[in-house]
Design a protein around this ligand. Structure first.
Ligand code: NAP
Length: 299
């Protein structure tokens, strides 16, 4: 199929583009910076590139012409001047939907996030919910994915955790560390995208994506330490102490270490039922420990 991908230069997008090409699809990606290493990587895979910005539909609407599916991955985890959650998640998705409608795309696949819903507490999740509503109310056949935390060699979260385990005598943990997540490998997420675009069962569906096990943050740290062969104590810090740090970080740092929105998300369980993912998308996800071992110590 001819597939247009937004957000292909990102952590998840690079894997999605690679998997689509491996599965024989003809891939065109929306790219903001033609000379970037990520654009070069996509070119090297065999993808075609179109320059444009999701906030400016005029820059890419014609590039979608001829595409049968549009995979919309663009999303942000913290706000910047000129790129609020509302602008990127809601307006950006409406622009992508407009491009899909104009070009009569047969499947629109939207990358949402686990934890979204009408009662979501974080602005990140609230705006993902608004974007989902726009997708559902469009007349374009759609599939929506809501993944839990995604792991991979290029995940910023996991790179930070590897760095902490490598360099520090203890691993910092916010609060009691009992809040849970269901980490899924980026390759498994990419497989879900590739397996859904021409899958009739996936039309009009919203899938929660996760790995095979729900793990507390403490357990995730234990797994990382085991895989890296390091013994580390955990240093738990009270949430009440971390909150002002997050508040300051999002106001003072261009790329915040932690925001209050991220703190809200982290402290809420992020686990799901993956029965539909297994049955309809035919993806059997790898567990965190096996996935990290394969990543850090490939045979
Ligand atoms: N990573 C996770 O654990 C996780 C979990 C659940 C859901 N998600 C969702 O998955 C999606 C991808 O996440 P990720 O981790 O791959 O993020 P990422 O590495 O930060 O990638 C974000 C992508 O969006 C693009 N982008 C941002 N603003 C844009 C704009 N104005 N116009 C065009 N492109 C723009 C970036 O392009 P540039 O390269 O030009 O900056 C990049 O390709 C997001 O929607 C995220 O919310 C991620």
């Amino acid at each position: 199929m001819k597939v247009f991908v937004t957000g292909a230069t990102g952590f998840v997008g690079r894997s999605v583009a690679a998997r689509l090409i491996e599965d024989g699809h003809d891939v065109r990606c929306l790219v903001r910076h033609e000379e970037s290493d990520e654009a070069a990587y996509l070119r090297g895979l065999g993808a075609k590139l179109s320059m444009g910005d999701i906030l400016d539909a005029g820059t890419f609407i014609h590039a979608v012409k001829g595409s049968q599916a549009l995979i919309h991955l663009v999303g942000i985890i913290f706000e910047r001047r000129g790129a609020s959650f509302h602008e990127i998640h809601v307006h950006g998705t409406m622009n992508a939907l407009a491009a899909a409608a104009t070009n009569k795309v047969e499947r629109f696949v939207y990358m949402s996030a686990l934890g979204t819903g009408p009662e979501a507490k974080s602005v990140y999740h609230q705006t993902k919910w608004e974007a989902e509503a726009a997708v559902r109310s469009s007349n374009i056949p759609y599939t929506i994915f809501r993944p839990s935390t995604i792991f991979g060699a290029e995940s910023e979260l996991f790179q930070m955790l590897f760095g902490q385990v490598r360099r520090l005598p203890f691993v910092p943990v916010i609060g009691d560390g009992r809040y849970r997540m269901q980490p899924i490998a980026v390759g498994d997420v990419a497989a879900c995208f590739s397996n859904c675009i021409d899958n009739g069962k996936a039309a009009g569906k919203t899938y929660e994506l996760g790995g095979p096990e729900a793990l507390s943050y403490n357990e995730v740290i234990d797994i990382i330490c085991r895989v890296m062969g390091r013994r580390r104590r955990k240093l738990h810090s009270p949430v009440s102490l971390v909150k002002p740090v997050a508040w300051l970080s999002e106001r003072m740092q261009g790329k915040p270490m932690l925001t209050t929105d991220q703190l809200t998300m982290l402290l809420n369980d992020n686990v799901c039922d993956i029965t539909a993912m297994r049955a309809e998308l035919r993806v059997e996800p790898v567990g965190l420990e096996a996935g990290l071992r394969e990543m850090l110590h490939p045979e």
